[in-house]
Design a protein around this ligand. Structure first.
Ligand SMILES: [Zn+2]
Length: 320
């Protein structure tokens, strides 16, 4: 209970506050800064220097088609359990830039200037990381979906990395560049076929291809991870006894597809095969306690895969 004296003091203070000039509190506050901050993260893996470069994120309304083989309510529950909106899918993009000591390698290239609002930040973030696009020696492509290849060539046709070799999976090239595949594909996929020709067509004779599991450049090995697309690849980085798997889209959104590796995202072109590949690779990652980077994982997108019940969960790496 307030004494009479305390009550008087309190009301005097209130009266004093009331006579302060308008705006005096906002003069003391720092101005709000609305400009976007760079999103890059760098670490060493043995002799390799790895820089994760954020390309922004897209939002798509969640509908029953997003996960082909799950009830919409189950998907909503998984998103709510991850403290994310249950009516929209937030999909971030993070590319991997590796300095091998001999070459500067970009693994995938982001959305370029063709993606949804909020995407296409790769070039600005690459600059923040201290690199010019001319310095990229090699662009290594995991698969031919637009969010991974559009950053190779601007809408107006300009190549973004003028000095880079392009190295792509042979089975991916064979599928997407085949006229027969294109003519047989449903209308909904025609745009994707045209886009592959837009990106690679102008330099088609110069595009180099790889297949099988083999070391492509020092410290970077191609690992077949088929199913998401016919020629989808992951990449293993190895140096000084350390290793890391660049998952690409072997598993897309971890809040859904690590928790339920059997779930098939609508973009998995061969859903059954993609799920088999996902389970095999996630099992290996958890068993080996191997570091992983996921293209659609929350920035900086690097961490580990741990078993969790019948599925897995993503454990972010210690940020330093
Ligand atoms: Zn993707």
């Amino acid at each position: 209970m307030l004494t009479r004296r305390q009550t008087m003091t309190a009301s005097t203070a209130l009266a004093a506050a009331a006579v302060l000039p308008a705006g005096s509190t906002s003069e003391a506050a720092a101005a709000k800064r609305s400009e976007r901050l760079p999103a890059v993260y760098r670490f060493a893996l043995g002799e390799l220097e790895v820089t994760l470069v954020h390309d922004g994120h897209a939002r798509r309304p969640l509908d029953a088609n997003y996960v082909r083989n799950a009830a919409l309510e189950e998907v909503r529950t998984a998103l709510l359990d991850a403290f994310q909106p249950a009516d929209v899918v937030l999909s971030p993009f993070t590319t991997v830039v590796v300095n091998t000591g001999r070459e500067l390698v970009a693994i995938d290239a982001g959305n370029g200037d063709l993606g949804a609002p909020g995407t296409g930040l790769f070039r600005a973030n690459l600059a923040a990381a201290g690199y010019r696009p001319e310095e990229i020696d090699l662009v290594l492509v995991s698969h031919f979906h637009g969010d991974h290849i559009n950053g190779i060539r601007l809408k107006d046709g300009t190549p973004v990395f003028p000095n880079a070799r392009l190295l792509v999976p042979e089975p991916e090239w064979a599928f997407w560049m085949d006229e027969g595949q294109m003519s047989r594909a449903p209308e909904a996929m025609q745009g994707a076929f045209r886009n592959v020709r837009r990106v690679f067509g102008p330099e088609a004779p110069k595009v180099e291809r790889f297949s099988g599991e083999r070391e492509l450049v020092r410290g970077i090995t191609a690992v077949p991870a088929l199913g998401h697309t016919p020629g989808h690849y992951a990449f293993r980085l190895e140096s000084g006894g350390q290793s890391l798997l660049v998952l690409s889209d072997t598993a897309t959104k971890p809040e859904l597809f690590l928790r339920r590796p059997d779930w098939q995202v609508m973009f998995d072109m061969d859903g059954t095969r993609a799920a088999e590949t996902r389970k095999r690779i996630l099992d290996m990652l958890a068993f080996e306690r191997m570091m992983v980077v996921g293209y659609h994982f929350p920035f900086p997108a690097v961490g580990y895969v741990a078993r969790d019940g019948a599925g897995y969960r993503f454990v972010p790496a210690f940020w330093s």
